[in-house]
Write a protein that binds this ligand. Structure first.
Ligand code: NAD
Length: 399
């Protein structure tokens, strides 16, 4: 697996403690163990059966025992969301740096306290928003900053996930432990929007459905941002694994981009370009051009034959979109393709996320790619949308 794009020489080998050794804690342990100059010193989980066959890695059934371990530099908090505040603040009070799993916590007040303790203890604290480390999304971000696609007007996230491995008693369904689907899961995608195009939030609302008193299995959030960007996040945990699908559609003035997979490693692009933006795209990492057609030969089916020429004197090279005029001369289709498997991209993202925290420890002026403030901003939207969804329709089965 290629690691070269984020490897750098560290001052020492960093010792990591992982608190919470369930599915994701094990995944992090597996992939962080492959990093040079990173050593998993200890793991903690109350379920003793999860702590077997760890070789030289120390293990504890109570994470508090790790706080006195002078060897550990960074604690990764990979427990259920409701526990993040208590564990993260205790770790930072003990002088440990932390990488906190999303969501920051389930409650906004607790999430804010985490930030207060970081500031007071002057520790380094990041949130594991892995999307921010995905090279495909980083490339889109850079192209957006250069204005290649025009203004982003709409993001539509459609996410159908399986629930076959989430039995009714799983903490995922318990709002007190997970916060619900938007807080536990959608924060990744809400943060993706903030990463791509930060803007002030103007309005948030939501809708949800419960299949029974314990399982809120479909939920959606709508968000309006200053400047007109509107986003929708629809998440369903109610389908078989065969139909597990995540599609993220980005509608810009000059482009439609469609990302597939919740760890996107491929994106389809259709874009109106001029010479300059075409060249930027062609030189962009991971981009493969399929074809270009002049705008004169590109069908505009918004006006069927017989409608007459409604454009009148305006040149086909001037595109008016939402009150903005753009100069273009070709329609281009292509793909961004990381040419890696989902597994490899996911592993690379979790490795880069830890290394970013280490970079900040080594160099205080380094800007964290995923600061806690990003965790708070996405949590605020998830909480507001969840409250709106729960008050929008009072299901009789819930009382
Ligand atoms: N960034 C990502 O891509 C990503 C992916 C999956 C999960 N997550 C996050 O990771 C966290 C854990 O999710 P998971 O899927 O591994 O869940 P899980 O249920 O598989 O594991 C959670 C583990 O935490 C342990 N735990 C609970 N309370 C604890 C405590 N007080 N002290 C120590 N351990 C405790 C449990 O025993 C369990 O082993 C959640 O916040 C989740 O949202 C992030």
């Amino acid at each position: 697996m290629p690691k070269a794009n984020f490897q750098y020489i560290m001052a020492k080998t960093y010792q990591i403690g992982i608190i919470g050794f369930g599915g994701f804690g094990k995944f992090l342990h597996h992939h962080w163990s492959k990093l040079d100059q990173v050593h998993i010193a200890a793991v903690a989980d109350p379920a003793a059966e999860k702590l077997q066959d760890l070789g030289a890695t120390k293990s504890y059934t109570d994470w508090r025992q790790m706080l006195d371990d002078q060897e550990i530099d960074v604690m990764a908090i990979v427990t259920t969301p409701d526990t993040h505040h208590a564990i993260a603040t205790a770790c930072m009070e003990a002088g440990k740096h932390v990488l906190i799993e999303k969501p920051l916590d389930v409650a906004l007040a607790d999430a804010r306290k985490i930030i207060e303790v970081r500031d007071r203890t002057q520790t380094v604290a990041g949130i594991d928003f892995i999307m921010r480390f995905n090279p495909l999304l980083q490339t889109l971000h850079q192209l957006m900053q250069r204005g290649v696609f025009g203004k982003l007007r709409r993001v539509d996230v459609e996410n159908y996930a399986q629930d076959e491995e989430l039995p009714i008693g799983h903490w995922f369904w318990n709002p007190a432990q997970s916060g619900g689907i938007l807080i536990e899961h959608a924060v990744h995608f809400i943060d993706l929007v903030h990463f791509l195009q930060p803007a002030k939030v103007l309005a948030v609302n939501g809708l949800k459905h419960n299949r029974n008193a314990n399982q809120e299995d479909q939920i959606m959030a709508n968000v309006l941002y200053e400047g007109g960007l509107m986003t929708t996040h629809y998440h369903s945990f109610a389908r078989p694994g065969y139909f597990e699908v995540t599609q993220i559609k980005l509608a810009y003035d000059l482009a439609d981009i469609e990302l597939s997979g919740w760890i996107p490693f491929r994106a389809k692009v259709r874009a109106l370009v001029n010479q300059k933006t075409k060249q930027i795209l062609e030189n962009s990492p991971f981009f493969q051009l399929s074809e270009t057609v002049s705008v004169e030969n590109t069908a505009d089916e918004s006006r069927p034959a017989g409608w007459g020429d409604t454009r009148g004197h305006v040149s086909r090279h001037t595109i008016n979109s939402g009150g903005i005029a753009y100069e273009v001369n070709e329609m281009l289709t292509g793909v961004f393709d990381l040419q890696q498997s989902k597994q490899d991209v996911y592993a690379q993202c979790v490795q880069a996320s830890l290394l970013d925290v280490i970079k900040k420890i080594e160099n205080p002026s380094h800007q964290l790619a995923a600061p806690l403030e990003a965790g708070l901003e996405s949590l605020e939207i998830a909480v507001r949308a969840t409250e709106s969804a729960r008050s929008a329709y009072a299901d009789d089965r819930m009382v």
